[in-house]
Design a protein around this ligand. Structure first.
Ligand code: ADX
Length: 181
């Protein structure tokens, strides 16, 4: 399970999608992508951004990811997951059945806000959206990330390569694509 955590606009979804494509090609395992926005459209539809609902959202993502891992698949998760305790709970759940990597997409809030791809930071600053992570709601920086990526400092391909290098170094992925592909 590759679990990307970081602010809205940090680049989690982009890296997660690229990783899903590369791993589908380079690994014999099935890849499942659990992106934050997508999960909230169905699996977590109706949940708010209160702490309790965020924790429930992350627990659901963790549950699905652990099931994927139990059956030998790769789950790539990309929610904000702002609270350390919820992330720790997922790590615990997944570690019972497979391997867990926490990847902190640590793009500074100023950069995320300058990008403001969805216009949500502006709305949060204007008070239209409340409890917005990084503006009016906390983000607890991970102290236990296996990898930290700042997308304001490295390119999109380099961010993906950093994750692949971590997997290759640990023996989870070979340097070469599987034979015959
Ligand atoms: S989490 O906190 O529960 O992990 P999640 O990743 O599912 O968050 O959803 C975050 C996405 O919801 C953001 O990318 C953004 O598009 C949207 N969003 C809407 N309201 C908020 C809010 N108050 N705080 C953070 N994200 C919000």
């Amino acid at each position: 399970v590759l679990f990307l955590t970081g602010l809205s606009g940090s680049g989690k979804s982009t890296i997660a999608r690229d990783l899903a494509d590369v791993l589908a090609e380079r690994s014999d395992r099935q890849v499942s992508l659990l992106d934050g926005d997508l999960v909230r459209q169905l699996l977590s539809a109706g949940l708010t951004f209160s702490r309790a609902d965020r924790d429930l959202n992350i627990a659901r993502i963790g549950f699905v990811a652990a099931e994927v891992a139990r059956h030998g698949g790769i789950a790539i998760c990309a929610p904000i997951a702002p609270f350390a305790s919820a992330r720790a709970q997922v790590r615990q759940m997944v570690s019972e059945v497979g391997d867990f990597f926490l990847i902190h997409v640590a793009t500074p809030v100023e950069v995320c806000e300058a990008r403001d791809r969805k216009g949500l930071y502006a709305k949060a600053r204007a008070g239209v959206i409340s409890q917005f992570t990084g503006v009016s709601d906390p983000y607890e920086e991970p102290a236990d990330a296996e990898l930290v990526i700042d997308t304001s400092a490295i390119s999109r391909p380099d961010a993906v390569q950093a994750v692949l290098r971590m997997l290759i170094a640990g023996g989870w992925l070979t340097d070469q694509p599987p034979a015959g592909r």
